[in-house]
Write a protein that binds this ligand. Structure first.
Ligand code: ADP
Ligand code: ASP
Ligand code: MG
Length: 409
C-alpha cells in the first residue's frame, strides 16, 4: 500500500469552489492507486466564521486568567469542522472517506497548551480506516495529551501535522498545497517578480521558514527531514509541481550541486527595538535585563551588548510586558516600535566575501536606514523600520539577481 499525505491550507478549503480544486488533487492521487491521508486547516481566514482567528475572537478571558487550555478546545474545532466538511464532499463525489480529529488520528502531545509538542503519532486507527476508506481526512494542528486534554501545536501547525503523519506512515511524499506556486525567492505579496524554486534542500528551506517565509512551517520541514520523506509545496489551483524539498540536489552524474549563495529573502514584521543605557556598572544591568526577559518568557533577538548599554528586540505583542519589567527594575528603556527584520538566507554565502557589503550598499542606495544587523554562516539579518520593509526586501531581492537566476553556480 503506497500512502501519500496531502495538506490543504485555510484558503484552499475556504469555499466550495476552492474545495473542488482540492477534490481534483485527491482524485488525481487516487487514480494512481494511493491511499490518502488529507490534513486540513480551518476554513478560510478571519472573518470567515470558522477560521482560527474568528474562533479566537469569540472569547475574551480576564487578563489574569490562564485560558490556554480552553483556547485549545476552541481552536481545535476549526480544523474538525473543516475535516467533516471535506469528508462530506468527498463522499458526495463517491470517494470513500472518513474524518478524524487529531487525537483520533493518533497524535499524542505534551500538555503545553497552544504550543504543544508532538510526542508520538500512532497511525493504527488510520491504517484500520484504510481497510474501508481510500481517504482519511485528519484535522490538522491538534492532538491530545496523556491525560486526555485537547491540545494545539502552534499557529501554522497543520503543516507539522502533515509532516508527522508522513513520517509515521512512511509515506512516499508529503504534499503541502497552498495559495502560491511553491517556495519562492521572496514572499510574492511583497516582491512582484519573486520566482518559484524547483528544488530546495531541507536545510535551505528550514532557514527561510524560521526567518518568516510562512509558506511552510519550519517544524514540518525538520520532521520530514528526520524521517527522510520528500515534500512538495505546490498550488491548489494548478497542476504545476511547485517546489520539491529533499536532502540534496543531485546532478545527473551523481554529484551534489553546491548550495545557492542566496536562496531567498524573508521577513518578519511587528518587532520592537529596546535600548537600555546605563552610567553605572553595565555588567549588573546586562545580566539583570536578560535574566528578567528570560524569566518572563520573552524571546529576545538582535542582541547588542556594549560597556554602556544593551540593545535588543522583542516581538511587538510583548512590548508592554517588556517595558513594565524594565521599569520595575529601575531602568528607563528607549523604545522604537514598528520595526521589521529582513533576512538574506543562503548556505552558500559561507566564506564568500562581499555579501554583507552588497546588502549595506543596496539598502543605502534604496534610502533604507539599517537600525541593527547580525549574521551567521547562512543568514544576514537587518533590522529596519516597518515603513521601509517592502523597499528593503525588494532591494535585496534585486541586488542578488533573484528574479533572474536562482540555481547554484
Ligand atoms: P496556508 O493557509 O496554505 O498554510 P499560508 O498563508 O500559511 O498558507 O502560507 C502561504 C503564504 O506564504 C503565501 O500566500 C505567501 O504570501 C507567503 N509566503 C511568505 N514567504 C514566501 C515564500 N518565500 N514563498 C512563497 N510564499 C511565501
Ligand atoms: N488554523 C491554524 C492557524 O491558523 C493552523 C494552520 O492553519 O496550520 O494557525
Ligand atoms: Mg500555513
Amino acid at each position: 500500500m503506497q500512502v501519500l499525505v496531502q495538506k490543504f491550507g485555510g484558503t484552499s478549503v475556504q469555499t466550495a469552489e476552492n474545495r473542488e480544486h482540492v477534490i481534483k488533487h485527491i482524485k488525481d492521487a487516487l487514480v494512481k492507486d494511493y491511499k490518502l491521508v488529507v490534513v486540513v486547516s480551518a476554513l478560510g481566514r478571519k472573518p470567515d466564521p470558522y477560521a482560527t482567528d474568528t474562533l479566537l475572537g469569540l472569547v475574551d478571558y480576564p487578563a489574569n486568567k490562564n485560558s490556554a487550555r480552553e483556547l485549545d478546545l476552541l481552536m481545535s474545532c476549526g480544523e474538525i469542522i473543516s475535516a467533516v466538511v471535506l469528508s462530506n464532499e468527498l463522499q458526495k463525489n463517491h470517494i470513500s472517506s472518513v474524518a478524524l480529529t487529531g487525537a483520533q488520528a493518533g497524535f499524542l502531545t505534551t500538555e503545553d497548551f497552544n504550543k504543544a509538542k508532538i510526542k508520538e503519532v500512532n497511525p493504527a486507527r488510520i491504517l484500520k480506516e484504510f481497510e474501508k476508506n481510500d481517504v482519511v481526512v485528519v484535522a490538522g494542528f491538534q492532538g491530545e495529551s496523556e491525560t486526555g486534554e485537547i491540545t494545539t501545536i502552534g499557529r501554522g501547525g497543520s503543516d507539522t501535522s502533515a509532516a508527522a503523519l508522513g513520517v509515521a506512515l512512511a509515506a512516499e511524499r508529503i504534499e503541502i498545497f497552498t495559495d502560491v506556486n511553491g517556495i519562492m525567492t521572496a514572499d510574492p505579496r511583497v516582491v512582484k517578480n519573486a520566482r518559484p524554486l524547483n528544488v530546495v534542500t531541507y536545510n535551505e528551506i528550514c532557514n527561510l521558514a524560521y526567518q518568516g517565509a510562512k509558506v511552510i512551517h519550519p517544524r514540518a520541514v525538520e520532521i520530514a527531514m528526520q524521517g527522510k520523506i520528500p515534500m512538495r509545496i505546490r498550488s491548489t489551483y494548478s497542476d504545476e509541481l511547485g517546489t520539491l524539498v529533499t536532502s540534496s540536489r543531485i546532478l545527473e552524474m551523481g554529484m551534489d550541486i553546491p548550495d545557492r549563495m542566496i536562496t531567498g529573502i524573508a521577513h518578519i514584521s511587528s518587532i520592537t527595538q529596546i535600548k537600555v543605557q546605563t552610567k553605572e556598572s553595565a555588567y549588573r544591568m546586562q545580566s539583570e535585563v536578560f535574566k528578567a526577559m528570560a524569566e518572563a518568557g520573552i524571546s529576545v533577538d538582535f542582541i547588542n551588548i556594549s560597556p554602556t548599554g544593551v540593545v535588543y528586540t522583542v516581538p511587538a505583542a510583548l512590548t508592554e510586558k517588556a517595558i513594565d519589567i524594565l521599569e520595575v527594575l529601575g531602568f528607563h528603556p528607549e523604545i522604537t516600535e514598528g520595526c521589521a527584520k529582513v533576512s538574506a538566507v543562503g548556505a552558500g554565502m559561507n566564506g564568500v566575501p562581499g555579501v554583507a557589503s552588497k546588502i549595506v550598499q543596496a539598502l543605502t542606495n534604496a534610502g533604507v536606514q539599517i537600525l541593527q544587523s547580525a549574521d551567521s554562516h547562512t543568514t544576514i539579518w537587518v533590522l529596519v523600520r516597518a515603513n521601509d520593509l517592502i523597499t528593503a526586501v525588494n532591494a535585496l531581492h534585486e541586488v542578488f539577481g533573484l528574479s533572474e537566476i536562482n540555481e547554484p553556480v
